[in-house]
Design a protein around this ligand. Structure first.
Ligand SMILES: C[S@@+](CC[C@H](N)C(=O)[O-])C[C@H]1O[C@@H](n2cnc3c(N)ncnc32)[C@H](O)[C@@H]1O
Length: 281
């Protein structure tokens, strides 16, 4: 039976093989659109609850950081209306271009390396972005610098180290395979600078920089229909990386995808920690 935690030898040989330069799930891959749609289906209701808690209203100016796909951007635009404005940015804006409209501007922008936008916002939001950004502290400060006094920062990030498994109840070879592939995926991410225990650190970061009205909660899918398309799109995107790093064979990846498609697995996701706080007046 596979051990639950990567043993050190295997982890070390994986690390040697992996590049640590680029964003693993680059948006140019064709499955990116499916992955963004799956992320939206799974997480948008959670995010919209955060926006409600902040009191998002018509006329607000919002910055959606690392927006990925168009769905959430459109929903924000609907809420703020034509009196409001949404700036949607990403290092690769190709999949959200279609969201551009009268009150939505889409821009290629690196939240850590580029100067922050020269306008002030009522709300700045980033979901599942900072975990991937090696210079996440600078990105965090850049976002805060663009808030109006009293403006809200909402950051949502996974904490895979809190719950690293694909199948929590690993009762057979299908679940063991799913967990091995998920472990390999985590190692790939971590070797590109992702912080796999980042989510839990967010409240501390908010407190450290003097934000007010801080609140944090976690959303933890155990098995939901939306987890299936997310797993399929993710595995297709990283298939080559799994192969060249010896994490799974082509047959094993094919078998895993088949197990996912036939519904043989209860697929989980790591807890996503949502934190909100406002810049003091
Ligand atoms: C996991 S996806 C999440 C997409 C979207 N926020 C969501 O939750 O559906 C991460 C996104 O962050 C973007 N990203 C990664 N590094 C970034 C950076 N330094 N600045 C801006 N966006 C970045 C990626 O291009 C990708 O679209």
């Amino acid at each position: 039976m596979e051990p639950i935690v990567l043993n050190q030898e295997r982890d070390a040989s994986m690390k040697k093989l992996m590049s640590n330069t680029d964003y693993l799930l680059e948006n140019r891959k064709t499955e990116a659109a499916q992955r963004f749609a799956a992320l939206s289906a799974l997480f948008d209701p959670v995010t919209l609850r955060q926006f409600d808690a902040c009191g998002m209203a018509a006329g607000w100016h919002c910055w959606e950081v690392g927006a990925g796909g168009p769905t959430l951007v459109r929903m924000i635009a609907e809420r703020v209306g034509y009196a409001g404005h949404v700036l949607a940015t990403d290092i690769d804006d190709s999949w959200m271009k279609e969201a551009a409209s009268q009150n939505v501007e889409v821009r290629n922008h690196d939240v850590a390396r580029d100067p922050p936008p020269g306008e002030l916002f009522d709300l700045v939001h980033a979901r599942l972005v900072l975990v991937h950004v090696p210079e996440r502290e600078r990105a965090f400060r850049n976002m805060i610098s663009t808030l109006k006094p009293g403006g809200w920062l909402v950051i949502e990030d996974a904490d895979p180290a809190l719950q690293p498994l694909s199948c929590i109840d690993a009762y057979g070879p299908e679940q063991e395979l799913a967990n091995r592939i998920r472990r390999g995926f985590r190692t790939l991410l971590s070797n590109r600078g992702a912080d796999l225990s980042f989510g839990r650190k967010l409240p501390r970061m908010f407190r450290g920089i003097g934000m007010a009205d801080i609140a944090a909660e976690a959303y933890f899918p155990i098995t939901l229909p939306e987890c299936t398309p997310l797993e399929i799109a993710t595995i297709k995107m990283i298939r080559n990386d799994l192969l060249i790093n010896g994490i799974a064979t082509d047959d094993e990846i094919g078998q895993h995808l088949e197990n996912v498609r036939t519904g043989a697995l209860d697929l989980s996701q790591p807890p996503m920690i949502s934190v909100r706080g406002r810049k003091p007046h």
